[in-house]
Design a protein around this ligand. Structure first.
Ligand code: SPV
Ligand code: MG
Length: 290
């Protein structure tokens, strides 16, 4: 079964899949071990990994290189955040071909103009493309995919851009008409009311995906009371967790004048060997090096 088919099956079976952001193969391995249903190849996380803002500065090639490395070290389905699709519908055709060949199970394309600005920043320049233009991008993605199980998820930034629920619903319906398999509805409001209201008002034929970055109170239990949400994407939790741990450890090393205290609070190197597949490689050495 293809990873895309597995992702669809898991969504049907559990009613809600949990997709963790991954910015590297190591973070993907840890997400798989923790029990997530899939990975989010997040633009925000990869940008942050490079020390850059999430503003279309990371190229498609950089994102694909990391995604291929991730796909090589995990069995989880990957949902790729392809931002605006790197340009117009022609860029989308190229991108979807590349992402599907790289082993992706789904792409999320958002209806902002290129170059985009990250959604959650205060006073971000949030401009949306015309509905017809974005419908063309969705249709281009649907036409390009080879595996019919590959999901094309249309993300509307209407709430992020301050256009309100009616416009968000109008856009989402138009994107379903164009063939989208799911709608990702995003919000930067600190409480979940905007997302809960949208979800209750949604009568479209496809399910919703959400990214509870700004409104952390919306947990899985609460999401399940909403009728339509089938995918929760933990959009920046991998890089924030990694940065928190590194910041704390690095500060302690400076404060302590050495690693004598921190060493017992971080993973022992044997655990890193395990995550690196060192022990399997050693077994192969014993078998094949003559
Ligand atoms: C990402 O993780 O890149 C996302 C989610 O698109 S957010 O940063 O909240 O827009
Ligand atoms: Mg993104």
């Amino acid at each position: 079964m293809s990873p895309a088919k597995r992702l669809r099956a898991r969504m049907a079976e559990t009613g809600l899949v949990h997709i963790m952001a991954a910015h590297s193969p190591l973070s993907a391995i840890l997400a798989e071990e923790a029990g997530f249903d899939g990975l989010w190849a997040s633009g925000f996380e990869l940008s942050a990994l490079y020390g850059l803002p999430d503003m279309s500065l990371i190229s498609m090639t950089q994102h694909l290189d990391m995604l291929r490395a991730i796909a090589g070290r995990t069995t989880l389905p990957i949902v790729a955040d392809i931002d605006t699709g790197y340009g117009n519908a022609i860029n989308v055709i190229h991108a979807v071909g590349e992402y599907e060949r790289a082993g992706t199970s789904a792409v999320v394309i958002e209806d902002k103009t290129f170059p985009k600005v990250t959604s959650l920043v205060a006073d971000g320049r949030q401009e949306l493309v015309r509905i017809e233009e974005f419908q063309g991008k969705i249709e281009a993605a649907i036409t390009t995919r080879r595996n019919p199980d590959f999901l094309v998820i249309a993300r509307t930034e209407a709430l992020i851009a301050g256009h309100g629920e009616a416009e968000a619903l109008h856009r989402a319906r138009a994107y379903v008409e164009a063939g989208a398999d799911m709608i990702l509805i995003h919000s930067k409001q600190k409480d979940p009311s905007e997302i809960e209201s949208f979800s209750r008002a949604w009568t479209g034929s496809v399910p919703l995906a959400i990214v509870p970055n700004a409104y952390p109170d919306l947990d899985a239990k609460r999401v399940k009371t909403l009728r339509n949400v089938r995918m929760m994407i933990y959009g920046n939790y991998g890089i924030r967790a990694a940065a928190t741990a590194m910041q704390e450890t690095f500060r302690r090393i400076i404060a302590d004048g050495g690693v004598q205290n921190v060493h017992k609070d971080i993973l022992p190197v044997e655990q890193i060997f395990r995550l690196q597949n060192m022990y399997e490689v050693k077994a192969a050495e014993a078998r094949f090096l003559r």
